[in-house]
Design a protein around this ligand. Structure first.
Ligand code: SF4
Length: 88
C-alpha cells in the first residue's frame, strides 16, 4: 500500500519520538527536524513530504509514530488522499 507522509517543519520541535518509534520512516536532518525516508525505494534524499510504498504491517508503526509527535507535526494520508492521521 502507499501512504503520503508529511512533516510540517514549522511545527516540528525536534523531539525525535517519531524517529525512535519508526526509524525506517523518519530521520532527523541537520536542522533537527524530522524528514521522511523512502523505505528503500531509492527515490532520493529524505524530504518533508513523500509518498512511500509500505507493507500493510508497517502502517500501525507509522501511525504510532505520528501519534507520538507532541506537536501533531506529522500527517498521514492513504493513496486515495484520505487523511488517516490526525483523524478528521
Ligand atoms: S515527533 Fe514530531 S516534533 Fe518530534 S521530531 Fe518527529 S515530527 Fe518533529
Amino acid at each position: 500500500m502507499k501512504l503520503r507522509i508529511v512533516v510540517d517543519p514549522d511545527l516540528c520541535i525536534g523531539a525525535a519520538s517519531c524517529v525512535t518509534v519508526a526509524p525506517d520512516t523518519f530521520v532527523m536532518n541537520l536542522e533537527n527536524k524530522a524528514e521522511v525516508l523512502d523505505h528503500g525505494a531509492d527515490m532520493g534524499a529524505p524530504t518533508y513530504e513523500r509518498i512511500v510504498e509500505i507493507a500493510e504491517s508497517e502502517l500501525e508503526n507509522i501511525i504510532t509514530a505520528a501519534q507520538s509527535c507532541p506537536t501533531l507535526a506529522i500527517t498521514v494520508f492513504d493513496e486515495e488522499g484520505k487523511q488517516l492521521y490526525p483523524s478528521t
